[in-house]
Design a protein around this ligand. Structure first.
Ligand code: ZN
Length: 501
């Protein structure tokens, strides 16, 4: 055990995916537009303008809060957070201070075969500042981002290891994507994270002064910066020079270290006061019910269900759930295969016989489908692939898998068919027929091919008979070649062995 315990808390800013900005009608896709072209007097803070709350942003914030098991405050309020900086035209940011939209939730994460429950202190809504662009010797400001809706999520100091922070953020991103409230892409700044970290001697309960690390724009950066700070602070503690004031440090990606930015004075700095231009935010029972009903099955629940329903191992289920489209696609295929199985065996659904049959085949079908998706199909999709562009319907993919499962087509021929399906969206049976790829399964045809290979490879046949069993592989290969790849390889080997005796 190490001498010190590491205490980490996170503050996450999540850019919400609304059509318009938080308090005005400007479009919320300013990042894709010409700088300073998506602005209006409200988000530029002209005197005399009045903000109005974007209801969609409230709903998205609520959805995220509910997914994190937070309690929603039926009444919350907006406040002005005052500071002077070129990215803030009003001289204050509209945020929520002492009465946030939601509070007291949690998220369970998995790390090292263990579950860790991370408390959520609060979730509140606010507007984003504009974007400062530092270029050679000057700073430019793009106000397109100013006024973008953000949900700020503050965790409790419940993390003990830097890896947990990374896993938590990955889970949070997945959740935001399932809910459709944010792309949560850290590299693009849709999700930004500040981390607070302090140490304390093992066994103590007290929290010591923390270091706030900013400018963490990737999962890796979060983990690396926290590891760096843990090591740096350990040395300080060893020298009895532990931090005595809260300090803000930045992560320097080039140097791979944190660097001091400033020491912080605390909340008083911002002179928060209630926003006089906005009424309290009241959440009606009706809205709460509506938002609750809109929440889809969340990643953790989906993962458990996939494991249970199809007998997938946790790691496989996790890979599927990591992208909701693929998880849904997988389920579409499996449901097709299930229906097909009952139909071909003449078994009615919802009977004991059907249940038995399903248990017998589902494991094999689930794994077959998983393997063909993740190793074969994923292998065809490039880095710029968008799921919406996939030409292969779940039905056609199921059709191909049926052919493989019934050994109507062998694995290498199936790869050829899949490639063609990927390019043209065609029907697998038609493609297999077109390319003459249907598996040669019938004994007499294979026997003919085997005899031909034995006659033309006498030297190898002698070697095999002399005990060099490895030659069999070569002879199987020759038969496969003779069949243009479409013979059933198991049968080839079996018949070849018989004939060689
Ligand atoms: Zn505006």
């Amino acid at each position: 055990m190490t001498k010190y315990e590491t205490i980490i808390g996170l503050e996450i800013h999540l850019q919400l995916k609304t059509k318009t900005k938080m308090f005005c009608n400007c479009s919320n896709d300013g990042e894709n537009q010409k700088p300073n072209s998506v602005v209006c007097p409200i988000c530029l803070g002209h005197p005399g303008t009045l903000p109005t709350v974007n209801k969609e942003a409230v709903k998205q914030g609520m959805a995220m809060a509910l997914a994190l098991s937070c309690k929603i405050n039926t009444q919350s309020k907006f406040d002005r957070k005052n500071y002077f900086y070129p990215d803030l035209p009003k001289g204050y940011q509209i945020s929520q201070f002492d009465e946030p939209l939601a509070h007291d939730g949690h998220l369970v994460i998995e790390l090292g075969d263990k579950n860790w429950k991370i408390g959520i202190e609060r979730l509140h809504l606010e507007e984003d500042a504009a974007k400062n662009i530092h270029s050679t010797g000057q700073t430019l400001v793009d106000f397109n981002r100013g006024g973008t809706p953000l949900a700020e999520i503050v965790t409790k100091p419940d993390f003990r290891y830097p890896e947990q922070a990374k896993v938590f953020l990955q889970e949070l991103r997945l959740m935001a994507r399932y809910l459709g409230v944010s792309d949560a892409d850290m590299e693009k700044g849709h999700m930004r994270c500040d981390a607070n970290i302090s140490l304390r001697p093992q066994g103590e309960d007290k929290l010591y002064e923390k270091i706030e690390v900013k400018n963490l724009n990737s999962f890796k950066a979060v983990e690396k910066a926290l590891f760096f700070e843990e090591a740096r602070q350990t040395k300080l503690w060893d020298k009895k020079k532990q931090p005595e004031k809260t300090e803000t440090r930045g992560w320097d990606e080039a140097k791979q270290e944190t660097v001091l930015q400033r020491t912080k004075e605390g909340f008083a700095d911002y002179r928060y006061f209630p926003e006089p231009d906005l009424p309290p935010l009241i959440i009606s029972e009706k809205l709460l019910i509506e938002v609750k009903a809109s929440i889809p099955e969340l990643p953790a629940a989906k993962k458990n269900r996939l494991s249970k329903e199809y007998g997938l191992i946790a790691d496989d289920a996790r890979i599927l759930v990591a992208q909701r489209h693929w998880a849904d696609y997988y389920e579409g295929i499996m449901s097709d295969l299930r229906a097909w199985l009952f139909k071909t065996k003449g078994v009615a659904e919802d009977t004991d016989k059907a249940a038995e049959l399903w248990v017998e085949h589902r494991g094999k079908l689930a794994k077959l489908t998983f393997n063909w998706l993740t190793s074969e199909l994923f292998g065809l999709t490039g880095t710029n692939f968008k799921f919406e562009d996939l030409k292969i319907s779940a039905e056609n993919m199921a059709e191909l898998l049926k052919m493989i499962y019934r050994q109507k087509i062998n694995s290498s021929a199936a790869q050829t068919v899949l490639k063609e399906m990927y390019e043209t969206g065609g029907d697998p049976s038609a493609i297999a027929e077109d390319k003459d790829l249907a598996q040669i399964d019938d004994d007499s045809t294979i026997e003919d091919l085997v005899i031909k290979v034995i006659m033309t490879n006498t030297a190898q046949v002698e070697e095999y008979k002399a005990g060099k069993e490895a030659v069999l592989k070569y002879l199987v290969g020759m038969v496969m070649k003779e069949s243009k790849g479409s013979a059933n390889p198991q049968k080839v080997e079996q018949i070849l062995k018989q004939k060689l005796q």
